[in-house]
Design a protein around this ligand. Structure first.
Ligand SMILES: NC(=O)c1ccc[n+]([C@@H]2O[C@H](COP(=O)([O-])OP(=O)(O)OC[C@H]3O[C@@H](n4cnc5c(N)ncnc54)[C@H](O)[C@@H]3O)[C@@H](O)[C@H]2O)c1
Length: 317
C-alpha cells in the first residue's frame, strides 16, 4: 500500500510511519515541521515539508496516489486552542477540509483520522466513557476534532469517502515533545533527568487514561483492514484505566531510582477532572486492546529520554 501520513514528522505520526514501513508499505509524509522534526523521519519516507492549509496537497496526492491517508497533522495543544481558537480552527478544521477536498479529487480509498477521546466527552459523563456518550468538548481543540468527525461523515455521505476516527486518550512515549504544555510524561521525564522540580497543577488528583504510543500505532495499522460500510466508525483508543498526576509522580520516583522533587502549582482553569475511555468497541471491531501497562510504558519512555540526553539516540525529540 501507499500510505500518506500527515503530521508524520511529529510524535505519534512518526511512529505510525515506522510501523507502515516495517510492514513493507510505501510511506509519504506531509508535515510543515511546526512541532515535528526531520530527525523523526526514516530515510525511506518520501517527505513534503508543507502546510496542510496550503495549495500543494492536490499535486502531492496526484503524484503519490495514496490508498490510505493517516491524518495526524494538527495543532495539538488544548491550551493553545483556548488562547487562540481561530488558529486552532484554521489548522484543525480548515486544514483538514483542504486535505479532504484533495483526497476526494484523487479518489483516496480511506482516511484514518487522529481524533480525541480525552478532550471529546467533557466531565459530565459515565466513566469509563464509551462512544455512545454525547460529546461535550470543553475546549476549542475538542470542538474542532468533533467538527472533523462530522465532516468525515458528511464526506462519506456526499462523496463516498471511507473514513475511520480513532479517539485517542492521552498518548505518551518516546519522541513526545517535552517543550510544550501538553505531554506530562515527556515533561516529567525531562524535568527529572535535568534535576528540576516538577510542577503538579492543582491538587494532582486529576486523572487521565495514559496509552502507550506503540499501542496507538497498532490501532492505526489495524484500522487499514477494517471493512467500512455506511457508518463512520468512531473508536476510543485508550487503556480503560485512569491514573492521577500524583500517581504518575510516585511511579516516576520508583522508575527513576532517585528522589523526585515536586510542588503544587496553580490549577489550570477549565481543566477536566477525570478522563478514562471504555475501549470495548475497538476490541470488538479491530481486535485491538492496549497491551502496555503504565509502569512498563513509563519506564521505556524514561529510558529513551535518558539516552537522548546522553546523546545516544539519533532520533531525538
Ligand atoms: N498526544 C496525544 O495525547 C493525542 C491525543 C489525542 C489526539 N492526538 C492527535 O494526534 C495527532 C498527533 O499528535 P502528536 O501528539 O503526535 O503531536 P505533534 O505535535 O508531535 O504532531 C503533530 C504534527 O503535525 C505537524 N503539523 C502541525 N500543523 C501542521 C500544518 N498546518 N501542516 C502540516 N503539518 C502540521 C507538526 O509539525 C507535527 O509534526 C494530532 O492530530 C493530535 O491532535 C494526540
Amino acid at each position: 500500500m501507499r500510505v500518506l501520513i500527515t503530521g508524520g514528522a511529529g510524535f505519534i505520526g512518526s511512529h505510525v510511519a515506522d510501523a507502515f514501513l516495517a510492514a513493507g508499505h510505501e510511506v509519504g509524509v506531509v508535515d510543515d515541521l511546526s512541532t515535528g522534526t526531520r530527525e523523526n523521519l526514516d530515510l525511506r519516507v518520501r517527505f513534503w515539508p508543507v502546510d496542510i492549509r496550503g495549495p500543494d496537497l492536490p499535486a502531492i496526492l496526484a503524484d503519490f496516489r495514496p490508498e490510505v491517508i493517516s491524518h495526524h497533522a494538527a495543532q495539538m495543544s488544548v491550551s493553545v486552542s483556548a488562547r487562540d481558537p481561530k488558529l486552532d480552527a484554521d489548522i484543525n478544521i480548515l486544514g483538514t477540509l483542504n486535505l479532504l477536498e484533495a483526497a476526494v479529487r484523487t479518489g483516496v480509498g480511506r482516511v484514518i483520522f487522529a481524533s480525541t477521546g480525552g478532550a471529546m466527552y467533557g466531565d459530565q459523563v459515565a466513566m469509563p466513557t464509551d462512544e455512545s456518550a454525547v460529546p461535550r468538548p470543553v475546549s476549542p481543540y475538542g470542538v474542532a476534532k468533533l467538527a472533523v468527525e462530522r465532516y468525515l461523515h458528511a464526506y462519506q455521505a456526499m462523496h463516498g469517502l471511507r473514513a475511520i476516527a480513532l479517539r485517542y486518550s492521552n498518548v505518551y512515549g518516546p519522541r513526545q515533545s517535552p517543550h510544550g504544555e501538553a505531554g506530562v510524561v515527556a515533561i516529567f521525564s525531562r524535568g527529572i533527568l535535568e534535576g528540576r522540580e516538577l510542577i503538579v497543577h492543582g491538587d494532582g488528583g486529576q486523572t487521565r487514561d495514559y496509552v502507550y504510543v506503540e499501542d496507538v500505532v497498532r490501532a492505526n495499522v489495524l484500522a487499514t483492514t477494517l471493512t467500512l460500510g455506511q457508518e463512520l466508525p468512531l473508536l476510543n483508543i485508550g487503556t480503560g484505566t485512569e491514573a492521577s498526576v500524583n500517581e504518575l509522580v510516585s511511579l516516576f520516583g520508583r522508575i527513576a531510582g532517585r528522589k523526585v522533587s515536586w510542588r503544587h502549582g496553580p490549577a489550570r482553569p477549565g481543566e477536566q477532572r477525570r478522563s478514562v475511555l471504555d475501549c470495548g468497541l475497538a476490541k470488538r471491531l479491530l481486535g485491538w486492546e492496549a497491551g502496555t501497562d503504565l509502569r512498563a510504558g513509563l519506564a521505556r519512555t524514561f529510558r529513551w529520554f535518558e539516552e537522548v540526553l546522553r546523546g545516544q539516540n539519533p532520533r531525538q525529540p
